[in-house]
Design a protein around this ligand. Structure first.
Ligand SMILES: Nc1ncnc2c1ncn2[C@@H]1O[C@H](COP(=O)(O)OP(=O)(O)OP(=O)(O)O)[C@@H](O)[C@H]1O
Length: 272
């Protein structure tokens, strides 16, 4: 049984046809990386998976539950089972690290946000939040404000918040795009470690081929709103992956400048 099954998915923004008859299945426990040029539709796919955007047609099921038709409580339940990690961390800057991690438990009890508001939070939640922070090696920063932390540290907090949710599936949209290469590798190491520890399924968009090859069990390539490549790690050769970035890649039909992607981007990622 697949963890994520996408069938014949179509999504428009106005007249822009972004996802085009997209098909993809991800098995339980798989670590899948999605590669694709800017503007090919990766984030839109992630948003559809998370129920943040509604497709025009097609179906998405996560753990056999229909996401596309879900509303209200049913959608919230599906979202609870799927943790998200974003490029921009999506932490609340003015709250402490600890409060941000507690926030991951929101929705696990009636009363939502109030029940996770530090002193109001049940003991079991507070203990679990500390445990999650400890797991990402950030326990000593619990009382700091998120805005005081580096990008890499903030992404660690976002991973702790995601762990707080105890999800079975992780949707990570360019989790290292805002980080320098060294911090990026540290975050990818941590993310993949926790994914493996908890036997989670992970679907992650990236821009760096080398990172994709280092972590993914399977690499899928997207071009102009469609999945055009699907390969396991060993068969993902540079030439076939490079084709994702050649020709018409964007859904809006604009062409990329040579500066946006050069063969060097496809063949190497420098690590400081
Ligand atoms: N909310 C929106 N309203 C209108 N158009 C949008 C919206 N979000 C994205 N688009 C357009 O949809 C297309 C696909 O965007 P998307 O963000 O999914 O691409 P992407 O592959 O994630 O790109 P990147 O790698 O740069 O993040 C782009 O042409 C973008 O301008």
């Amino acid at each position: 049984m697949s963890s994520i099954t996408i069938r014949n998915l179509n999504k428009y923004y106005g007249s822009l046809h972004v996802l085009r008859d997209l098909e993809l299945s991800i098995e339980s426990g798989e670590g899948v990386v999605l590669l694709g040029a800017n503007g090919c539709g990766k984030s839109t796919l992630m948003k559809c998976l998370n129920g943040l955007e509604k497709p025009k047609s097609g179906t998405i099921s996560i753990d056999q539950q229909d996401v596309t038709g879900a509303r209200g409580k049913r959608l919230r339940n599906i979202r609870r089972g799927a943790g998200v990690v974003f490029q921009q961390f999506n932490l609340v800057d003015n709250l402490t690290v600890f409060q941000n991690v507690l926030y991951g438990a929101m929705g696990q009890r009636p009363g939502g946000l109030l029940t996770v508001w530090h002193s109001l939070a049940p003991k079991e939640f507070r203990e679990k939040a500390m445990h999650c922070l400890d797991r990402v090696h950030m326990a000593e920063k619990a009382s700091h404000r998120c805005r005081e932390l580096s990008g890499g540290q903030q992404q660690r907090i976002a991973i702790a918040r995601m762990l707080m949710q105890s999800p079975k599936i992780i949707l990570a949209d360019e989790p290292v795009a805002s980080l320098d290469p060294k911090a990026g590798i540290e975050v990818m190491d941590l993310l993949w470690e926790v994914v493996r520890e908890h036997k989670m399924t992970v679907f992650c968009t990236l821009h760096q081929l080398d990172l994709a090859k280092s972590y993914a069990d399977r690499i899928v390539g997207m071009k102009a709103g469609r999945i055009v490549l699907d390969s396991n790690q060993d068969s993902a050769d540079k030439e076939s992956l490079a084709t994702i970035y050649q020709g018409e890649t964007r859904v809006d039909g604009t062409s990329m400048s040579d500066q946006e992607y050069s063969p060097a981007d496809v063949s190497t990622t420098e690590v400081a």
